[in-house]
Design a protein around this ligand. Structure first.
Ligand code: FES
Length: 108
């Protein structure tokens, strides 16, 4: 599927995200090197940091509900908005074709 990812500099990137590789959104961002190494995915996708926080610009209603760990982490994170999600908790599924997200400022 195609996803638009806006990096921390505000530049939009239309990228391919595979639905058959068991990837989450944080891994897609990393695989396209859209955030500097070491500033995203620090906990390895365990919902234990907030380095992968993104703002969901559309399709929020199609995303899985936040789990307890994600809620808890977002309560402690910086720059949180109503549309914040931890991108490591968003599996890539074909329903997300056309998703648009913005990477939050760096916080770990
Ligand atoms: Fe740490 Fe997503 S990578 S919460």
């Amino acid at each position: 599927i195609k996803i638009t990812i806006i990096d921390r500099e505000g530049e939009a990137h239309l990228v391919d995200a595979p639905t058959d590789m068991n990837m989450n959104l944080m891994e897609v961002i990393r695989s396209h090197e859209l955030a500097p190494e070491g500033t995203i995915g620090i906990c390895g996708g365990m919902a234990m940091c907030a380095s992968c926080q993104c703002y969901m610009l559309n399709k929020e209603h199609l995303l899985p509900e936040k789990g307890y760990e994600e809620e808890d982490m977002l309560d402690q994170a910086f720059f949180v908005q109503d549309n914040s999600r931890l991108s490591c908790q968003i599996p890539i599924t074909k329903e997300l074709e056309g998703l648009e997200v913005k990477i939050s400022p760096y916080n770990a």
